[in-house]
Ligand binder design. Structure first.
Ligand code: GLU
Length: 303
């Protein structure tokens, strides 16, 4: 298969959609992003990479960071995190706190904000250095030492943090945060504010398509753990639209309100697509369409 040609065809097919959707307005710095951008990258399991459009433009990875914080937690502390966070789809918005009350402070999964805050707290307990292990992982896997948080995005999110603060205080009230709420939130915002291109992210996630193993044969995760991360991506990676993504695309994936989506074709490749305009669930509109095109054209889906 000529992957570069496939990506170029997809680019043409979705071109009329460039600019559609709504940029995330609740983080003012994200609302300022030019919506007329689209990039897509594929990194094959043999390491070859392909890209189209704005595939080298860094964007805010936002909730895609949650995949990598979960990976770090599983790697450093095994299954311990599952005593604090569930792994069921939420069927709720990314920033919902409704379920927290009746689940007594145990978030439904690690990819909604409540669950990610607990993962961040857990990681802080394993390492004083906060987001440093995450940056090291992303830089090493993407082969790009320049990857860093955008301080303006982190500050913008911290300035508009009523919702995430409410979630964190509720978690804390149930005893499911071990560090001060302010510390957990600050680290969480830094993680979400990391800027990467689709090329960086497709490369960083490539080990998930190789059963947890890097191209050089060294492990990031065991195959069993990688299988589990992919399973949580499939069932909980798209807020209240996980089933819609499975229906249209049929791959494990994780989206972020910066408009990025990381998707994994186990055994074949890692894909990242970016377009800042979101649908009503917070998923990139053009990203969903491009991945729908990708799996329909290649036949590469888990179904
Ligand atoms: N930093 C965002 C928030 O907490 C992440 C949301 C997302 O990408 O799902 O609201």
């Amino acid at each position: 298969m000529d992957m570069q040609a496939v990506l170029e065809e997809i680019h043409e097919a979705v071109r009329p959609m460039i600019g559609s959707g709504t940029v995330a307005e609740y983080i003012p710095r994200l609302a300022a992003v030019n919506p007329d951008q689209f990039g897509m990258s594929v990194v094959m399991n043999d390491g070859t990479s392909y890209g189209v459009g704005d595939c080298e433009v860094p964007f805010s990875i936002q909730s895609i960071s949650k995949v990598f914080t979960l990976v770090l937690t599983l790697d450093r502390d095994g299954d311990e995190i599952w005593t604090r966070v569930g792994r069921e789809p939420s069927g709720a918005a990314f920033n919902s706190l409704a379920q927290l009350e009746y689940k007594r402070g145990i978030p439904r999964n690690p990819f909604m904000n409540a669950g990610a805050l607990v993962v961040t707290d857990h990681l802080l307990g394993l390492s004083e250095a906060g987001e440093q292990p995450l940056l090291e992982l992303l830089r090493a896997e993407a082969g790009n030492p320049a990857i860093a948080p955008d301080p303006l995005v982190a500050a913008s999110e911290a300035d508009h943090a009523d919702r995430n603060s409410s979630i964190a205080y509720l978690l804390s009230s149930f005893g499911n945060l071990r560090n001060p709420v302010g510390d957990v939130l600050a680290h969480y915002f830094e993680q979400c504010a990391i800027a990467m291109s689709t090329r960086d992210l497709a490369a960083a996630g490539a080990f998930l398509a190789r059963g947890g193993i890097r191209q050089d044969g060294t492990p990031v995760l065991s195959p069993r753990q990688a299988k589990r991360v992919n399973a949580v991506m499939l069932t909980a990676g798209f807020y209240d639209a996980a089933a819609e993504f499975a229906y249209r695309v049929g791959l494990p994936g994780k989206s972020g309100v910066g408009g990025g989506i990381l998707a994994i074709v186990p055994g074949k490749c890692s894909i990242c697509v970016w377009g800042p305009g979101l649908d009503s669930s917070g998923n990139s509109m053009i990203g969903m369409a491009a991945l729908d095109e990708f799996t329909s054209r290649t036949g590469w889906s888990v179904f």
